[in-house]
Design a protein around this ligand. Structure first.
Ligand SMILES: *[C@@H]1O[C@H](CO)[C@@H](O)[C@H](O)[C@H]1NC(C)=O
Ligand SMILES: *[C@@H]1O[C@H](CO)[C@@H](O)[C@H](O)[C@H]1NC(C)=O
Length: 503
């Protein structure tokens, strides 16, 4: 803003009236190029790019040297040599030669079967609108061609291991014009995860020894990496992590974000999360992640994201995982619905193996979600939250809305096909239908207003009861969660939500 005002006054001094008019045209609110200051207050003024609010669903990928041991969790190195957990010490002594070093894993990170085109297809088919890959996890290994940053020497995917630019290849595959999300018909966006912190980096240890008055690690490693990632790959999501225990001033995070939002090639579309220091978490950022698996029980006005993982025990590939560690498709769909209904996006994690394969169990869950979204995506993408309603002892129902319709997500098929809804107030014009049902006339949804009929006493509180049609198994449009769309809801715009600014 200051930039535009300055520019206008400069033009006013330099030129005549036509110059001034031109300036007003050029710097009107519609064309203004905003200059952000490196303060949270200034960065907070930036509106959330609409694509992110509409997208709802993203894929998270944890892939790195930790995918080689693939034992327990991606925190393998830290468990072994940081907290020195006996189980991990034993694992190394059982499986490796004496004096084995974590760095020895790197050459086995071979990515021989890495097929970014296949990854991109699966992710698009899942219904995800964006993909976030670990460019560097806490182990410090860079998954891109970072060779010209001297401090990543011999610890990046070009120098050792894959000998491939893993980030660049996925970015290109995701952006291929053939990769389009089937339900929204939109291209899938590409983003990067990047850890500020590294467990064992001696430069970080040095900065700690100065009580973080020095910035050796930040200035010679993390920041060069972040600027390079943006300049080389134009990621539209910067998913920062590893900020813990440190203030954003140490990370020089606000300077980077001001540049990102003001001068970078992605300034108009990029979004970033809130993990930039203890002063930022759950407070600043295009969207908040607060903590892993963040899932508030109410609607949070500020845009937020639930990052979660299909292997409930690990983000990286984990050979120890039992079948029951994996979320079922039903659990995944339920989680998506609960998240979107509360104004969140969901970032669904998979952990590929070191050879670049993605376990079919992950693919199965992702494609299951994709099938469900193919039927019900209308109630998800671009929707807004409505309210979180208490259903008493009845099945959980979640809501979203668009400009005309209210969507009720039934997380169980009600016994005797009938379910009370506690919050929507219907009018005589209200019609309801089940998304995806064929032959909607025959299979109509009946809306029974509580004002027009006597209800069983136990459901007196319900504003409305809906009766689902009797369907044969092959007539049911989807599994897991069923969506009733309703027109002419009286309280669609009521105060409870019209007050709520969805940011
Ligand atoms: C860092 O802080 C600690 C505790 O406040 C203090 O004892 C120490 O002298 C400080 N070190 C430096 C290098 O400033
Ligand atoms: C953006 O670029 C301009 C022109 O080079 C420079 O004056 C300004 O300081 C930059 N702003 C940020 C936040 O990087």
């Amino acid at each position: 803003m200051n930039g535009s005002i300055l520019a206008v006054s400069r033009r006013l001094l330099a030129g005549g009236l036509s110059q001034l008019l031109l300036s007003i045209l050029l710097f009107s609110p519609f064309t203004a190029t905003n200059a952000y200051e490196p303060t949270w207050e200034s960065l907070d003024q930036r509106p959330l790019p609409q694509w992110y609010a509409d997208a709802k669903i993203g894929i998270f990928i944890h892939w790195g040297v930790f995918s080689v041991p693939s034992y327990g969790t991606e925190w393998f190195w830290y468990n072994w040599q940081g907290t020195k957990k006996q189980e991990f010490i034993d694992f190394i002594s059982k499986t490796e030669k004496p004096n084995f070093a974590y760095a020895d894993f790197a050459h086995r990170f071979d990515a021989t079967l890495y097929d970014p085109k296949y990854w991109a297809e699966i992710f698009a088919q899942s219904g995800a609108q964006y993909v976030v890959l670990t460019s560097k996890h806490h182990e410090g290994f860079c998954n891109w061609d970072s060779r010209d940053i001297g401090t990543t020497w011999n610890w990046n995917s070009m120098d050792v291991g894959p000998r491939r630019d893993l980030v660049g290849e996925l970015a290109n595959a995701i952006r291929d014009p053939s990769v389009v999300s089937p339900k929204t018909n939109r291209p899938v966006k590409f983003g990067v995860y990047h850890s500020l912190y590294e467990w064992f980096n001696p430069m970080m240890a040095y900065d700690k020894s100065t009580n973080l008055t020095s910035h050796t690690f930040v200035d010679s490693k993390t920041m060069p990496e972040l600027y390079q990632l943006v300049e080389k790959y134009q990621p539209e999501i910067i998913w920062s992590d590893g900020d813990w225990g440190v203030n954003s001033n140490y990370w020089r995070a606000k300077e980077f974000l001001a540049w990102l939002a003001t001068n970078s090639s992605v300034k108009d579309t990029v979004v970033w999360n809130d993990r930039w220091g203890d002063d930022a978490k759950c407070k600043y950022g295009s969207y908040w992640t607060c903590h892993d698996n963040y899932q508030p029980d109410h609607t949070v006005e500020h845009k937020w994201e639930n990052c979660m993982t299909l292997d409930k025990t690990s983000w990286g590939w984990n050979r120890k995982a039992k079948y029951a560690n994996y979320m079922t498709t039903k659990e995944l769909v339920d989680e998506v619905v609960a998240t979107v209904a509360r104004n969140g996006n969901i970032l669904i994690n998979v952990g590929p193996a070191a050879d670049g394969t993605i376990s079919p169990i992950f693919v199965d869950r992702l494609l299951g979600l994709g099938q469900w979204l193919q039927v019900n995506g209308q109630a998800v993408y671009g929707s807004q939250p409505w309210k979180v309603c208490d259903q008493d002892e009845y099945i959980d129902v979640y809501y979203t809305r668009d400009n005309e319709l209210l969507y009720a997500f039934l997380t169980k098929w009600p016994t005797d096909n009938e379910v009370p809804l506690m919050c929507p107030v219907v009018s005589e014009n209200t019609r309801a239908f089940l998304l995806g049902v064929k032959n909607a006339d025959k299979h109509s949804v009946e809306v029974v207003s509580s004002t027009s009929v006597g209800l069983r006493s136990s459901v007196e509180q319900a504003a409305v009861t809906i009766k689902l049609p009797n369907l044969n198994p092959d007539e049911v449009p989807c599994d897991h969660v069923w969506v009733i769309a309703m027109t002419a809801i009286r309280n669609l715009d009521d105060d409870a939500i019209s007050d709520m600014k969805i940011s």
